[in-house]
Ligand binder design. Structure first.
Ligand code: DWN
Ligand code: SAH
Length: 405
């Protein structure tokens, strides 16, 4: 039996997605027969409440010099990260020579706002190609995986940080004890840690099961985050719900006793108990909802095919890898996936090998239906696709329920 990655309690999976490929592993045809798969099972630790993958591929298979996700592909996310940076700049930096560190800074989508204000900053990004894209914008970036050793090196070279930030990164890192021990060393006595990730409560409530893929080893809650940081002398002092990625939570942490704890923390923990996030029955129901969602989506796509309709995927997201592989969606049901990222175009989707084509192909010949794999960017997408809708095109969404819009 496997142990919880955080508290070592024996853990039993509540479901398995069976064999899954690397979510961002877009391929050429000559790579099909060598494709890597792993068994993607998910468990809930009844002791510390951490929901987690039982097995995760080695980090070098996921984060490397050909990482396919560039954060700046979404304009609305840049607006979100400007607001995040403004909050930090307005409330959490020392008046004299502050220093800000961001983990998983990718192509610099958040760090750019610190750089533009002349604030001393450092991004930590292991995927060399996206790190290079940030450097090309003048953003200070170290290419490496954040852990305790790197944290000590950063502190020795730059001094301690006023703010340590991470967005959609902490949930990717299996060795969180080393990361949080590093935070403790790197953070100034009065400093703040702020990180956000897809929120377990939203994932369970809205059946956002496509947030589960190789990179996302943890699905956090206020309970599990509070437990983890407590073990390192750090304290959860605030929680701030976010609408990004279908429902996220921003966690604010500080050295124990250094800051006032907001009433929002206890309120969120009470909500989690009400939702039953500590109960095995909740995850059994989540599993049933996932199966139902899959069956409904496959039925809808199969019916449309029978009617001779053209269905195209919109945005080759990491999340789409879970949907396509778990639902068994091939180019038989979804002709191709349109995506704006140059490195994904001309490749094939992980596992079920649907062609990924440039956005220009979508514009040139609208399909009858577009399966929206990027439901988290729905507002941004709908705003720019009025012509598709005026031409009679319809959207298929699958969260929170499978339906045609
Ligand atoms: O946690 C993660 C989040 C932050 O980003 C990472 N593990 C990987 C990635 O997840 P994702 O791939 O599901 O992210 P997005 O932001 O939902 O999808 C981005 C993809 O969508 C890109 O390939 C670009 C594409 N896209 C598009 O083709 N047209 C996006 C928009 C907004 C568009 O209009
Ligand atoms: N913060 C960005 C990127 C999220 S994608 C955004 O929200 O859009 C996750 C990023 O974390 C990737 O760029 C990946 O290379 C990086 N990453 C993975 N493991 C990491 C680690 N141990 N330390 C720092 N970054 C890491």
């Amino acid at each position: 039996m496997k142990e919880c990655r955080i508290c070592k309690t024996p853990i039993v999976p509540f479901m398995s997605f069976d064999k899954m490929p690397i979510a961002n592993g877009f391929l050429r045809p000559d790579q099909f027969d060598k494709e890597y798969f792993f068994e993607m099972a998910v468990g809930h630790c009844s002791a510390c409440q951490m929901v987690q993958l039982i097995d995760q591929p080695d980090r070098e298979l996921m984060f490397h010099g050909n990482y396919a996700f560039f954060s700046s592909t979404s304009k609305n996310m840049a607006v979100h990260f400007k607001e995040f940076a403004d909050l930090v700049i307005g409330a959490h930096l020392a008046p004299k020579d502050p220093f800000v560190v961001e983990l998983g800074s990718n192509d610099g989508i958040m760090m750019q706002f610190f750089k533009d204000k002349g604030i001393r900053h450092l991004g930590v990004e292991p995927s060399a190609n996206v790190a290079e894209a940030a450097r090309a914008k003048g953003i200070n970036t170290v290419c490496g995986f954040f852990d305790e050793e790197l944290a000590e090196k950063i502190a020795a070279e730059n001094g301690q940080a006023d703010a340590i930030l991470a967005a959609n990164v902490m949930c990717h890192i299996p060795y969180l004890h080393s990361v949080v021990a590093g935070f403790r060393r790197l953070l100034k006595p009065g400093g703040v840690i702020m990180f956000e990730d897809p929120y377990l409560g939203d994932i369970v409530e809205s059946t956002l099961y496509d947030q589960i893929y190789d990179e996302h080893v943890f699905l956090f809650s206020a309970a599990s985050v509070g437990y983890l940081f407590e073990r390192h002398g750090l304290e959860l002092v605030d929680v701030m719900p976010q609408t990004t990625h279908g429902g996220s939570m921003r966690y604010v942490l500080a050295h124990k006793g250094a800051k006032r704890v907001s009433a929002a923390v206890a309120a969120q923990r009470a909500k989690e108990e009400e939702l039953g996030l500590h109960l095995p029955a909740t995850y059994e129901a989540f599993h049933r909802n996932i199966q139902r969602s899959r069956d409904e989506l496959v039925r809808l796509l199969t019916d449309l095919k029978k009617q001779g309709k053209r269905v195209v995927g919109y945005a080759a997201t990491s999340k789409s890898t879970t949907i396509n592989n778990y639902c068994g969606i091939t180019s038989d049901l979804v002709e191709y996936i349109s995506d704006t990222t140059p490195v994904k175009q001309g490749r094939y989707s992980p596992g079920t090998h649907i062609p990924v084509k440039p956005y220009a192909d979508f514009r040139a010949r609208y399909p009858d239906y577009a399966l929206l794999y990027a439901y988290n960017h729905a507002a941004e997408v709908m705003a720019k696709e009025s012509e598709f809708m005026e031409a009679g095109g319809k959207w298929i969404v699958y969260v929170p329920k499978v339906k045609i819009l």
